[in-house]
Each structure stands twice: as structure tokens, then as C-alpha cells.
Design a protein around this ligand. Structure first.
Ligand SMILES: [Zn+2]
Length: 97
């Protein structure tokens, strides 16, 4: 496991709370206009903003291509639980989990 992944995993857990009913990890930091969690990452003097659920996917599941779209199959945009994250390309059109 890459050390950065471990660091990001800790950060994801630190910035989210588990919903006992749904198992969702609800992001409780900054939220973007589109309703997704936003995460600030400092990397060698640069600071970048990225969607929290994308970071969670990277940290727990694996590498993402730039144009890959990650969605929550639970339908909660604030959810960063890697078990609830899927690549949109794998999702069937119109399916609601
Ligand atoms: Zn969820």
C-alpha cells in the first residue's frame, strides 16, 4: 500500500461520520456547489481541491483516470464510503441503487 493512500484513508475517516442506518460515511467538511464533499490536499507546496469521494476511491480502491467518473450507488453525494462508490461507466443507465 502506498503511504499516501494510508494518509488519505486516515484523512477520509477523520473528516466523515458513519451513518448507522445506511453505513454511509458522510463527509462533514467543505461541500461544493454541486453537493459533493470537497477535500483540500497539500502536496509539495501545492494545494489542490478534489472531490472527497474521488479521493476516497483513490485511497481505498485504486487509481482513477482523469475522466473517470465516480458515483455513490447509495445516492448520497456526501457519502465517501468506498463500498458505496462505483465508476459511472459500470453503472447501468437509469438504475437507482
Ligand atoms: Zn453511502
Amino acid at each position: 500500500m502506498h503511504p499516501l493512500q494510508l494518509k488519505l484513508q486516515r484523512e477520509i475517516r477523520r473528516c466523515s461520520v458513519t451513518d448507522p442506518d445506511t453505513g454511509c460515511w458522510l463527509w462533514n467538511r467543505q461541500v461544493s456547489n454541486s453537493g459533493y464533499g470537497r477535500m483540500m490536499i497539500s502536496n509539495g507546496g501545492h494545494t489542490l481541491h478534489e472531490s472527497a469521494h474521488r479521493i476516497s476511491y483513490l485511497a481505498y480502491v485504486g487509481p482513477l483516470k482523469r475522466d473517470d467518473i465516480v458515483r455513490q450507488r447509495c445516492g448520497n453525494r456526501l457519502c465517501v464510503n468506498p463500498d458505496h462508490l462505483i465508476l459511472a461507466s459500470e453503472r447501468q443507465e437509469g438504475a437507482v441503487a
